[in-house]
Write a protein that binds this ligand. Structure first.
Ligand code: AMP
Ligand code: GLY
Length: 419
């Protein structure tokens, strides 16, 4: 099977890493990719938002499966173009990707499907915003309706901050505050059958102790030793399957990866958000534990054959990933800084620890930073403690001027699991 992956982050590196280990994948291409992906896939230049260009590339390569990683091309309808050209594609249509592209649309689908989520109002005027903020009280949750790379949400106890964020958006969703730990649960679906993956936890805030601004995600781990073993089944029954069924009923079936961002509240599981693609950095740890070859799973979803797929096999190991971000991330990240230590990790820490690249590119002989999140240093171990130690040992070998990372990824879960 010849596979083309679209995207250039650590999620796409994780996808390519797993696909490169699948014996049925005979050729692996990625566009536009990054310096790390270049080691496992052949890179091509493409405007990832241009469906015709992606189709042209896929056709030229003889790709038998196209995997669209990020949300922006999905929302732009790139998967539709590939599907229309007769090439199997892993990723939802533009219509179906609205479940991520519009928070208001997602709320509407959840209401119709009876999926538990925070109560909310969609507001377009300052008056509506004030009424909604007043109705729910602090802490305030204000979400830009459109795509914002995980950065469109403000959670604050300060009324003026909440109002200011709302004022900067055309349309906002204001909703009740959900407390309790967050879980990211992914499901692969062909539009009818739904196969959940293993749950992971993401660390959204920039700084240790969940301080600082929201980011795309600063680290993740899986499994979740503290979670109810019935969680995945419950979410499949109450969230994932009803949502996929509702999208099917609307005539806009969702096929690809449905990402449920959940809060485990004292009153039960609630959906915080849906995404239409693999999460980043959760994918790095979920795929680190998946033993079933990935290519066949994605192909089954792309061709409507998920019902025939044997149950997924998972490693008992734990996995942890730590994101190394640029100076000034998430505000105005500095790029172009040289990265050192990559060879040392490969020599000293493989195969248990490895570096997945996010924003990197080659500059002559050097690898330099090219984005906000630069690397996703990933490790496996017998338990979270061991995976954590290995990940941070590898992080310690990396040099990147001005870079930052959280030191507490999976710390609490590892300590609780050992106690
Ligand atoms: P989202 O982009 O909707 O996932 O929101 C980003 C982050 O904001 C989430 O991961 C949560 O940490 C936080 N958040 C979003 N909605 C809520 C809510 N209703 N209550 C509490 N925190 C929330
Ligand atoms: N890690 C959060 C996301 O992928 O949206």
């Amino acid at each position: 099977m010849k596979v083309l992956v679209i995207g250039s982050g650590a999620r796409e590196h994780a996808l390519c890493h797993s696909l490169s280990l699948d014996p049925d994948v005979t050729a692996l291409h990625c566009a536009p990719g990054n310096a790390g992906i270049a080691e496992v896939a052949e890179l091509h230049q493409v405007d990832a938002l241009d469906g015709a260009a992606v189709v042209g590339l896929a056709t030229g390569l003889g790709a038998e499966l196209v995997v669209v990683g990020p949300e922006a091309p999905l929302v732009a309808g790139v998967a539709d173009a590939v599907r229309a050209a007769g090439i199997p594609v892993f990723g939802p249509s533009g219509e179906a990707a609205r479940i991520e592209g519009s928070k208001a649309f997602a709320k509407d689908v959840m209401a119709a499907a009876g999926v538990p989520t925070a109560r909310s109002y969609v507001c377009t005027t300052a008056e509506e915003v004030d009424e909604a903020l007043d109705a729910f009280g602090a802490p305030y949750v204000v979400k830009d309706d459109g795509l914002a790379a995980g950065k469109g949400v403000v959670v604050t106890s300060d009324l003026e901050t909440a109002r200011a964020h709302a004022a900067g958006c055309e349309r906002v969703v204001i909703e009740e505050f959900l407390d309790g730990p967050e879980v990211s649960l992914f499901a692969v679906t062909d539009g009818e059958s739904v196969v959940p993956l293993q749950p992971a936890q993401d660390f959204k805030r920039a700084l240790d102790g969940d301080e600082g601004p929201n980011t795309g995600g600063m680290g993740a781990y899986s499994p979740l030793p503290w979670a109810d073993p019935k969680l995945v089944d419950e979410v499949l029954q109450t969230v994932l399957q009803p949502t996929v069924d509702e999208m099917h009923r609307r005539g806009t079936p969702f096929s690809g990866l449905l990402y449920a961002g959940l809060a485990i509240t004292s009153r039960g599981v609630r959906v915080i958000e849906f995404n239409a693609r693999f999460g980043d950095p959760e994918t790095q740890v979920v795929l680190a534990r998946l033993k079933t070859p990935l290519g066949g799973v994605l192909m089954a979803a792309a061709t409507g054959n998920l019902a025939d797929l044997p149950p997924l096999r998972w490693s008992e190991d734990a996995a942890v990933t730590v994101v190394v971000a640029s100076h000034n991330y998430p505000d105005t990240p500095r790029t172009g800084d040289p990265i050192t230590g990559l060879d040392a990790v490969a020599a000293e820490d493989a195969p248990h620890a490895y570096v997945l690249h996010a924003g990197t590119r080659r500059d002559g002989g050097a690898v330099v930073s090219a984005g906000g999140r630069v690397l996703s240093v990933t490790a496996t171990g017998q338990d979270l403690g061991e995976a954590r130690e290995r990940a941070y040992r590898a992080v310690g070998r990396i040099g990147l001027d001005g870079s930052q990372y959280r030191t507490d990824i999976a710390a609490k879960a590892a300590a609780e699991a050992r106690a």
